[in-house]
Design a protein around this ligand. Structure first.
Ligand code: ZN
Length: 84
């Protein structure tokens, strides 16, 4: 019997956090990596490895990307690898 490790949910991410103000997500996901638009749809989620992240979708060019919260603003693909 082996207990799963590194699967703890972030203590500061309660369920229902989507109801919190979303204004601070702009700093995490500043702009579309494809066209530079800033009017993105942003959803606060967690990466499969439990890192808090923001999923951003661009209404202009339909590009999507992940941005790690408190990261360097790099747009990541669904596999966690930086977009070109
Ligand atoms: Zn775009």
């Amino acid at each position: 019997m082996s207990a799963p490790r590194d699967r703890r949910p972030p203590a500061d991410e309660p369920l229902g956090s989507i109801t919190r103000p979303l204004a601070d997500e702009t700093a995490t996901a500043p702009a579309c990596y494809g066209c530079g638009a800033t009017d993105l749809t942003r959803v606060r989620l967690a990466m499969p490895d439990s890192r808090p992240a923001v999923f951003a979708s661009c209404p202009d060019c339909e590009a999507t990307a992940w941005f790690v919260v408190d990261g360097d603003g790099t747009a990541l693909g669904p596999d966690g690898v930086a977009r070109p």
